[in-house]
Design a protein around this ligand. Sequence first.
Ligand SMILES: [Zn+2]
Length: 124
Amino acid sequence: MDRLQCKACGSHSMLPMELEPDEPDAIDLLTDDHEARFYTCHVCGDNWLSVRRVEEGDCKITFVHQMGLQPLLKRTAHMTTPILLQEETVERWDYFVGDDEVGENRWRDTLSDRRQTLRSICSN
Ligand SMILES: [Zn+2]
């Protein structure tokens, strides 16, 4: 099993999960031929969803962090190649808080605030 380190609490407890079909945030993002991965941390509950779409040679990967919290925090990678995701194959990132496109710094601050909240909940 493919365990990842959690970026909120630091434990190696991020596990791939089946997406709940009734998860409201996921419904917009998921249609038949999109490839999705959903990971949840079993210690603190941090989670992320990635959805990959390839359309006419153009590849986009959308990441949604901490589903269930509003506004929705997501970012989209526009890829120069659909083969693999690495920082150097990402042409551009778009960052969103809810429906608003925001700058990268504000987006990262929001994510790190949320992760700090999780971390403090699980260390109490
Ligand atoms: Zn965690």
